[in-house]
Design a protein around this ligand. Structure first.
Ligand code: MSP
Length: 643
């Protein structure tokens, strides 16, 4: 084997089912892996799922499942989809795999022993959805996450920190020295600016929840679990056996980490700093792609505009979809998904430019030469065209190396344009009439050779379709043939063309039902289903699991440094009043609350808010006029159940 190649996708969170964004990253990575395999690289392609953290714990809870049960279920959905999509991964890693956990603990130990990890206390605004802290200055309206817009919570807890600040200069040096460390290169400046602004040490453990990797036993601090991003990023080396059998570590460093632009910071700042601390080589390239939108809007479950990759692939063909995803948008930029754009690509690029070309060659070679193709006179009559074609095909690899698949395909299509033009210009049918059979054969053979090159070069993107094309032309897609026809620019020997069914039937009209605009959907739902106003109907048994009781507010105290929270003592008819922390400070003065009767969820698992224990939840209703507490019409004894 020649050189090695290690390609990774991000590992996907299991709080959501796969959508077009996940499919995009995975298909780019798959095409790259297929390309390098075809070029003879010893390739290792990794994908998988990211299963720890508060976000997953919460999603599982809302589905009344254990986090592991829930992770098993969604992880399987990803794996099944990639298998249906014939994604050529070599390993599907799960962060709940025991070998991964051991590797992560080993890494923590090494960094700790090196003095790069220390214990301290953290207080900050945390976005559970992004699993990240944000400084107050970055929050929207002092409260909302700047990345996803969701409300952040203040987390104050004991934490271990990674000395990220120590690596600031080394990181800047790396960006400067390795020109293409971050792709597209334009994205590098954003990263440099972020690092130049100053790096704070990174909080890398949590005590407020359980669902994560425990610290190594040598550190003996069982209440901490690791920060999900530390756990997740390490998958790129634990998948190779880091910290366990190290069997595949010869694939390290990664040649390409494919990521979306939203997670570039984690990969281009934190990850290389962790690697420096571990004394490991840095990845060769971190390649960040843009986002897919729907009609210009961000996709989200609540908007109901998420594109399901399986539905698209089933309707339009998996390989057509792969071609579209890679061809439609320049790498790094955002793209909009529409059926029209997809149909245009299929009908114009695939059906007209490529499919019809093959049909014309099958037709002419059959009519004039019994399907026989001979390349002996191609050089003599088409030297100029051949030269142009070779120049293009030899130049394509650089686009793959920069992950510029859109440019790669655009350039590849130029050789198809040369082929189509040559047929029109040299009109083999006229040459035949004039008895210039050699010339007619030369043009047909030129085109057959261009199709040969196309089959090889398009193979990583459309593996099955191009294998059919190669079969029609009488050769196989192999590394040897890539070397022969692309690298060494040889021509086809005498071959017999096979008649095959059209590779790309035209598509006349959209094949998927457009999802209805949200407004219309809402109206219909209301009409159909008046009583089902609430999302997710529950049974009466479900409802009875919630214990709601009447309580009386006995004491009210302010929570220092909090704009929203009050600490209450509420009598629920028990031996002592309950302590409840409630976000109602903006709406009431303490006097207004004393002796008020309220409804309290009494069997909620106690939780800490700003380090204060809260043993229940007070029910309230809020609209644009403000917030009111839910209170019985007549006074009832404290502890009376609400049914
Ligand atoms: N678990 C982390 C990654 C850890 S890697 C060590 C994560 N997971 S994710 O499931 O939320 O996202 C995975 C990838 O999907 C990201 O690269 C993200 O950019 C990509 N996409 C999610 N939605 C997308 C679009 N709408 N369009 C394109 N890709 C987007 O982040």
């Amino acid at each position: 084997m020649g050189k090695k190649m290690y390609i990774t996708t991000p590992i996907y969170y299991v709080n959501d089912v796969p959508h077009i964004g996940h499919a995009y990253t995975t298909i780019i990575a798959d095409s790259a892996a297929r390309y390098f395999r075809l070029r003879g690289y010893d390739t290792f392609f990794l994908t998988g799922t990211d299963e720890h953290g508060q976000k997953i714990e919460q999603s599982a809870k809302s589905k009344r499942k254990s986090p592991k049960e829930y992770a098993d279920e969604i992880s399987k959905k990803f794996k099944d989809l990639w298998d249906q999509f014939e994604i050529s991964y070599d390993r599907f890693i799960r962060t709940t795999d025991s070998e991964h956990i051991k590797g992560v603990q080993k890494a923590f130990e090494i960094m700790y022993e090196k003095g790069d990890i220390y214990k301290g206390e953290y207080e900050g605004h945390y976005c559970i959805s992004c699993e990240a802290f944000f400084p107050e200055t970055q929050l929207i309206e002092g409260e909302f996450c700047p990345d996803c817009g969701k409300v952040t919570t203040i987390v104050k807890e004991e934490s271990y920190f990674f000395r990220l600040s120590k690596y600031q200069e080394d990181l800047l040096k790396w960006y400067k020295e390795v020109d293409d460390s971050i792709l597209p290169k334009s994205k590098k400046n954003e990263v440099i600016r972020f690092v130049e602004d100053g790096l704070n040490d990174l909080s890398i453990t949590r005590t407020s929840f359980d669902w994560g990797v425990k610290l190594p036993s040598s550190i003996n601090d069982p209440k901490h679990v690791m920060y999900v991003w530390l756990d997740a990023l390490l998958n790129y080396i634990t998948a190779l056996g880091f910290g366990t059998d190290e069997k595949l570590m010869h694939y390290w460093p990664a040649n390409y980490h494919l990521v979306g632009k939203d997670i570039l910071r984690f990969h281009a700042v934190y990850w290389p700093a962790f690697l420096m601390s571990l004394g490991l080589e840095l990845p060769c390239h971190i390649a960040a792609h843009g986002w897919w939108t729907r009609n210009g809007e961000k996709m989200s479950k609540s908007k109901g505009n998420v594109v399901d990759p399986k539905t698209v692939a089933d309707a339009y063909g998996l390989e057509n979809f792969r071609y579209f995803l890679l061809r439609e948008v320049p790498f790094g930029q955002d793209g909009d998904f529409s059926q029209k754009a997809l149909i245009d690509r299929i009908n114009s690029d695939l059906s007209n430019d490529l499919g019809n070309l093959l049909n014309r060659i099958i037709g002419m070679s059959g009519k004039y030469f019994d399907f026989k193709i001979k390349s002996e006179n191609v050089k003599k009559f088409h030297e100029k065209e051949l030269k142009e074609v070779e120049e293009i095909t030899l130049s394509l690899e650089k686009y793959v190396k920069e992950m510029k698949w859109n440019k790669y395909l655009e350039e590849l299509w130029k050789i198809l344009s040369i082929a189509n033009k040559s047929i029109d210009t040299y009109a083999p049918w006229s040459k035949m009439k004039e008895g210039r059979n050699d010339e007619a054969m030369a043009t047909i053979a030129l085109v057959a050779n261009i199709l040969t090159k196309t089959a090889l070069l398009l193979h990583p993107v459309m593996p099955k379709t191009t294998s059919k094309l190669a079969d029609a032309l009488g050769f196989e897609i192999t590394k040897e043939n890539f070397d022969k026809f692309i690298t060494n620019c040889q021509l086809l020997e005498e071959t017999i063309i096979k008649k095959i069914l059209p590779l790309f039937p035209k598509i006349e009209e959209p094949l998927m039902q457009e999802s209805k605009p949200q407004e219309q959907k809402k109206k219909e739902e209301k009409k159909d289903n008046k009583e089902k106003k609430i999302e997710g109907i529950i049974t009466i048994e479900d409802f009875f699991k919630v214990s709601i009781k009447v309580g009386v507010i006995k004491e009210v105290e302010e929570v220092p440094k909090s704009k929203k929270l009050l600490k209450l003592k509420v009598d629920l008819g028990e031996d002592r009043p309950r302590q409840i922390v409630a976000g109602i400070k903006e709406y009431f003065t303490p006097d207004e609350l004393i002796e008020k009767q309220v409804c309290v969820v009494a069997n909620l698992k106690p939780a800490k808010l700003m380090d204060i224990l809260s043993e229940g939840m007070i029910l309230a209703a809020k609209d644009e006029d403000g917030l009111t507490l839910i209170t019985p019409m007549k006074r009832k004894k404290p502890g009376t159940p609400v049914k």
